[in-house]
Design a protein around this ligand. Structure first.
Ligand code: ADP
Ligand code: MG
Length: 697
């Protein structure tokens, strides 16, 4: 067996390889770009491209691709070979600095939200040297950002990179003011925990709903779900364990720091968490992780489902975005330290996050909105659609003492005594977990827990970075001319925490009382994507992104249109899939079964009028009634889908129509279908059941 340390990063053009293969001055110049964001010279790019190509060819590559993250929500790639004709019928392998720096995929088929109707169809991808290139499937992958000919941002990566720069410059100013003059760069770090389902490929292939939409649109609950809590952290089945083993190995080769794996709450549900890294690398690695999961699953005759709610009645899948800020000097700015009551720097950054989350709670809700995630938020398995923050007992008490000007008594971390001589005692964490909170402080970072499992984490992170940068900018302006910095700091922290304490909630976010209480506090509660998205282009939000140079109003409007349109399209596909299943499979199956039953009745009666036909008739009667309702509901849904044509010139109205009319009918149709499933003999039912799928691996 090979040691992990021998092959970790084997497929990555990482720092060690750069150092080994690049001339010293080139390596140094590239490091400056990576660490400080300095501009890169074409002559440097030429040398880097050459070294990268040689390495890639040694790794068996024939092609390279600019890898980018357009607004479709999945990554995109266009492969070019390295070949270049030379002489008579011969080729050499070439790759220039220009090809490394710039790519030109035909942008016209990527969603642009109308931006490109008025501009050219041309789009460019630009090398992101801060995220290392890697090799997959005989191809050199180069992480890039994607923009239009006229410079409009068309991807998720560019705003993220800009927001990281912005947060860095604002935080550095504040830190320098506080006397930390050796800090010249601040980075945001992210560790995304990824949930997913693994199911058998043969069952998947029999379900059009899974194939077309990634979730089951019909399906009666199995007798057993997750109620025994026996899957969570349970022992991992052999087939799954083999999958996880291969997945880890593949991710490690790609330099992804895959760390933790375990079974999740629902049957067939699992989780993978990496060690955190800088936001942009974490984003690339999370995208890569999701892709590799799907590929490796295939090899094991499995399918990896990343949909937020593949199965009704058991938990869906999310993603936890663990987020923090640290300096080039290695300090985590969200670490309270031993005496948080005296740590004004920590308090100031905490205040910035509290203020940001309160003022831009709508944006945080918007950024996790998706057709899939709407099934989870507020459903007692994921945080509610109301954004609030959990600080825990210790920090909660500190904040209270600051607001009330009282002395703070730290509940110094207690020791955990196991009561068993042989077991070591250990220091307890300062705060317990609150798994119901959307945005929880967990010791030295915040865990944003409302993300859906398939979401590209670039979006929540660029929003988070930008809003915190904005608050730090305000703080700096307020503090920079202070005569007595210490008292100005204390006054500012007190003011901010007092004004924004409504966002802090340490209780049970799943309770009905919280919904009422949150409304009293004036917090927003947007239940679905259309409800939330409507506020994306509120002036306050447009100002935030425009002022900080992250995205322009035109780009935001484009994103707004794309999100709403995408939502309507997804619901449309779901509705059409349901209609197909209902008309072609479910109704005919029940009709066939009903016919068999009535024939059985007739046969019995022909044998002897005294034979009881009670059993058949009971089932037949119940099913016939339901079938009639089912067929009626099917045509209602059919009509409703056709009516969507009335809204085509207004994406918000269209999305709302799908949510309020089409989706509601889908739910009703499903209920009827599921109820028929539970009465129809298995051999007649056209699809594998929930029991077979969820317990089939
Ligand atoms: P849990 O499931 O209990 O919340 P995990 O250990 O599964 O915890 O995940 C915690 C995640 O937080 C890991 O990905 C970890 O690397 C990440 N993390 C830890 N410290 C930081 C930090 N300073 N910045 C960002 N992420 C962090
Ligand atoms: Mg977690």
């Amino acid at each position: 067996m090979k040691k992990v340390s021998d092959y970790f990063g084997a497929n990555v053009f990482n720092d060690a390889k750069m150092q080994e293969r690049l001339p010293k001055p080139v390596y140094k110049a590239l490091r400056k770009t990576i660490e400080n964001g300095d501009a890169l010279d074409i002559s440097i790019a030429n040398v880097v491209a050459h070294a990268m190509k040689d390495w890639a060819i040694e790794m068996g590559c024939t092609h390279y691709t600019h890898w980018f993250q357009p607004m479709t929500g999945v990554t995109a790639e266009k492969h070019d070979s390295f070949i270049s004709p030379k002489g008579e019928g011969e080729v050499i392998m070439e790759f220039s600095g220009k090809e490394l720096i710039k790519g030109e995929p035909d942008a016209s088929s990527f969603p642009s939200g109308g931006i490109r109707a008025t501009f050219e169809a041309r789009g460019y991808t630009t090398w992101d040297p801060t995220s290392p290139a890697f090799v997959r499937d005989e191809t050199l992958y180069i992480p890039t950002a994607f923009c239009s000919y006229t410079g409009e941002v068309l991807d998720k990566k560019t705003p993220l990179l800009r927001s990281m720069e912005k947060l860095s410059s604002e935080a550095v100013k504040v830190l320098n003011l506080l006397g930390k003059t050796d800090v010249h760069r601040v980075t945001t770090t992210v560790g995304p925990e990824q949930e997913y389902f693994l199911i058998d490929k043969e069952m998947y292939d029999k379900r059009p709903d899974l194939i077309y939409t990634g979730r089951t649109l019909f399906g009666a609950m199995a007798p057993k779900g997750q109620e025994l809590a026996d899957h969570y952290f349970g022992s991992i089945k052999t087939r799954v364990s083999e999958f996880m083993h291969d997945l880890d190995a593949e991710l490690w080769k790609l330099g992804v720091l895959a760390k933790t794996k375990h079974n999740e709450v629902a049957p067939s549900q699992h989780e993978l968490a990496p060690v955190f890294s800088t936001s942009n690398i974490a984003t690339d690695h999370n995208e890569l992780t999701m892709e590799v999961m799907k590929k490796i699953a295939e090899k094991h005759g499995l399918v990896c489902l990343l949909h937020e709610k593949p199965f009704a009645g058991v938990n869906g899948s999310g993603k936890h975005n663990n987020w923090s800020i640290s300096t080039n000097t290695g300090e985590n700015l969200l670490k309270p330290g031993k005496n948080p009551e005296d740590n004004l720097q920590f308090q100031l950054f905490l205040a910035a996050v509290v203020k940001a989350v309160d003022e831009y709670q709508d944006l945080l809700r918007i950024t996790v909105a998706s057709a899939g995630n709407d099934h989870r938020l507020g459903a007692n398995e994921a945080p509610p659609a109301i954004i609030s923050m959990y600080l825990g007992d210790d920090l909660g008490a500190l904040v209270e003492s600051i607001i009330e000007g009282k002395d703070y008594k730290s509940h110094k971390a207690a020791r955990m005594e196991t009561g068993v001589e042989a077991l070591p005692d250990f220091k307890k964490d300062n705060s317990d977990r609150n798994r119901t909170s959307p945005f929880a402080f967990t010791g030295n970072k915040f865990e944003f827990r409302a993300l859906g499992s398939s979401l590209n984490i670039a979006c929540p992170n660029y929003m988070l970075n930008t809003m915190v940068a904005e608050e730090l900018k305000g703080f700096y302006a307020e503090l920079k001319d202070a005569e007595d910095l210490d008292s100005a700091l204390k006054a500012l922290i007190k003011k901010v925490l007092t004004e924004h304490k409504r966002i802090i909630f340490n209780g049970d976010n799943y309770s009905d009382e919280w919904v009422v209480e949150a409304e009293k506090r004036g917090l927003c509660n947007y239940k679905s994507l259309p409800d939330a998205m409507e506020h994306y282009i509120d002036k306050k939000n447009v100002d935030l992104f425009e002022k900080n140079g992250i995205v322009t109003e035109a780009e935001m409007r484009a994103r707004y249109e794309i999100e709403l349109e995408q939502y309507a399209k997804l619901l449309n596909i779901e509705a059409l899939t349901m209609l197909q299943m209902a008309k072609k499979d479910i109704a005919p199956a029940v009709m066939t079964f009903a016919k068999e039953l009535s024939e059985a009745v007739a046969v019995k009666k022909s044998v002897s009028s005294s034979l009881s036909t009670y059993a058949e008739e009971q089932v037949l009667e119940s099913l016939s009634d339901k079938l009639e309702e089912f067929v009626k509901k099917t045509s209602e849904l059919d009509k409703a889908v056709k009516m969507s044509g009335d809204y085509t010139d207004d994406n918000l109205a269209l999305a709302k129509y799908y949510r309020n009319t089409v989706f509601e009918l889908m739910q009703e149709l499903r209920a009827l279908g599921d109820s028929m499933e539970s009465e129809t003999y298995s051999e007649y039912w056209p699809y594998p059941s929930y029991g077979e799928i969820l317990f089939g691996v």
